[in-house]
Design a protein around this ligand. Structure first.
Ligand code: F6R
Length: 364
C-alpha cells in the first residue's frame, strides 16, 4: 500500500534515503570505509573502455557515471541511449566492458544492446533493481540496487540507488587502476555513507519546493539548466516534469544557452537551475544572469553559499545540505523529482499512472 502517502510516487520519493542506504550496505564496508563490490569477471586494470547504455532516467544516471569513471578512474567511456546504440554499431575493443542500467531489467532496447554487445565479446555488467529479470539472467555480473519495488511509473528512488552503485563502481575502478590511494577511497566512500542522512534532510525543503512549483505550474514551457555533473540532473528534472505534469520542459547544459535556447526566454518561461557551489558555479551564475537580463524567472537548487551569491538573480531558491562535491548529483536528484511531483499535484494530473506511459517498456 501507500502507507498513508497520497501517491506511490510520494511514498517512493520519501524512500530515497532508505534506497541509498540499503544499496550502500550491500556494496561498502562501513567499518573500513572501503568499497566492497563483488569481484569483477575481468581484469579491471586491462579494461580499455566502458560502454554505458540505458533508457530514460537510467540513461541520465549513466551520464553521471561517465563523469565519475572518466574523472576518478581515468577510463574512456562511450555512452548512448540504448535505442540509438543498438543501430550505431560502434567498434568494440578487446576486453571491453558494457555497463547496462535498468530498474526493471526488462527494457527491450537495453536488452537488445546487452545481447549485441555480448556477441561483440564485451563483458556484461548490469545495474538492476529487479535482479531476477531477463537482463539479470543474461549478464556476466549483476550489481543490485536494492531500492525495493518501484510502483509509480515515474522512476524516483531507483535513480539515486543507480547512482549509488555507479559511484561505488567508479571508486572500485579507480582503486584497481591505481588512480586513487586508500585515503581518497575512504574519503569518497565516507561521502557516500553520509548521504542517507543528508537525503533525509531534503524533505525539510518541501515548502520552498512548493513555492517554486507554484511558478512552474503556471508555465507552458520550462528550461532546466545544469553544468558538468549536474547537467544530467537537469535532464532528469525536465523528463520528470514532462512525464507527470505534461508541461513541456527542455534541459540544456547551461553553457549552450547562448547558442540558441536563450531566444526562448521571457517572463513566461521559467529557468530551473541545478547550481551547487562547485567549480562551475561562477560559469553557471553568469549563464543565469544572462537569462535574468532577458526577463527570465530563475529558480535555483543550490546550497547555503550558493544562495548568498544568487541573491538578486534567483526568484526562488531551494537551499540543500552541504555535501562533498562527489555526491552532489545524487542529493540534487531528490528535490528536482520533488518539484515535478509538487507541480503535478497543482495540475491535478494522474501522478502514478501518467497517460501514454508504461512502467516497463518491453517493446522497441
Ligand atoms: C522516467 C522513467 C523512464 C525509465 C526508462 C528505463 O521516470 O521511469 O524513463 O527510466 O523507461 O526503464 P528501466 O530502468 O526499467 O530500464
Amino acid at each position: 500500500g501507500k502507507d498513508g502517502y497520497r501517491h506511490y510516487m510520494e511514498k517512493e520519493l520519501h524512500e530515497h534515503p532508505v534506497a541509498i542506504g540499503q544499496t550502500l550496505q550491500r556494496i561498502t564496508d562501513p567499518a573500513s570505509k572501503r568499497i566492497a563490490l563483488p569481484d569483477m569477471p575481468f581484469d579491471i586494470a586491462k579494461v580499455p573502455r566502458i560502454t554505458i547504455t540505458a533508457c530514460g532516467s537510467a540513461f541520465y544516471a549513466g551520464m553521471v557515471g561517465r563523469y565519475w569513471l572518466e574523472s576518478l578512474a581515468r577510463i574512456p567511456v562511450e555512452i548512448d541511449v540504448a535505442s540509438e546504440l543498438r543501430y550505431r554499431d560502434p567498434p568494440q575493443p578487446d576486453r571491453g566492458v558494457a555497463l547496462l542500467i535498468s530498474q526493471s531489467g526488462e527494457t527491450a532496447d537495453t536488452l537488445g544492446v546487452l545481447r549485441s554487445l555480448k556477441k561483440a565479446g564485451q563483458s556484461i555488467v548490469s545495474v538492476l533493481n529487479v535482479e531476477h529479470s531477463t537482463m539479470g539472467r543474461e549478464s556476466d555480473l549483476v550489481l543490485g540496487m536494492v531500492a525495493g519495488p518501484e510502483i509509480s511509473v515515474a522512476s524516483t528512488k531507483a535513480f539515486t540507488a543507480q547512482l549509488s552503485v555507479l559511484a561505488a563502481f567508479s571508486i572500485d575502478f579507480a582503486r584497481a587502476r591505481g588512480k586513487i590511494d586508500q585515503a581518497k577511497e575512504e574519503a569518497l566512500t565516507s561521502s557516500l555513507l553520509d548521504l542517507p542522512s543528508r537525503a533525509a534532510e531534503v524533505f525539510a525543503c518541501t515548502p520552498a519546493i512548493q513555492a517554486m512549483a507554484a511558478v512552474v505550474a503556471e508555465a507552458r514551457d520550462v528550461l532546466y539548466l545544469g553544468r558538468g555533473i549536474c547537467t544530467p540532473i537537469a535532464y532528469e528534472g525536465a523528463l520528470k516534469l514532462k512525464e507527470i505534469s505534461y508541461i513541456h520542459a527542455e534541459a540544456y547544459a547551461a553553457g549552450e544557452l547562448k547558442h540558441g535556447p536563450i531566444s526562448l526566454i521571457d517572463r513566461t518561461v521559467p529557468v530551473v537551475a541545478i547550481v551547487p557551489s562547485n567549480i562551475l558555479f561562477e560559469k553557471t551564475l553568469s549563464n543565469l544572469q544572462e537569462a535574468k537580463a532577458r526577463g527570465g524567472r530563475v529558480l535555483a537548487f543550490t546550497d547555503a553559499a550558493g544562495a548568498e551569491r544568487l541573491k538578486g538573480v534567483a526568484e526562488h531558491v531551494v537551499v540543500l545540505p552541504d555535501v562533498d562535491a562527489f555526491v552532489v548529483p545524487i542529493l540534487y536528484a531528490i528535490p528536482v523529482q520533488m518539484l515535478a511531483y509538487e507541480v503535478a499535484l497543482l495540475k491535478g494530473t494522474d501522478v502514478d499512472q501518467p497517460r501514454n506511459l508504461a512502467k516497463s517498456v518491453t517493446v522497441e
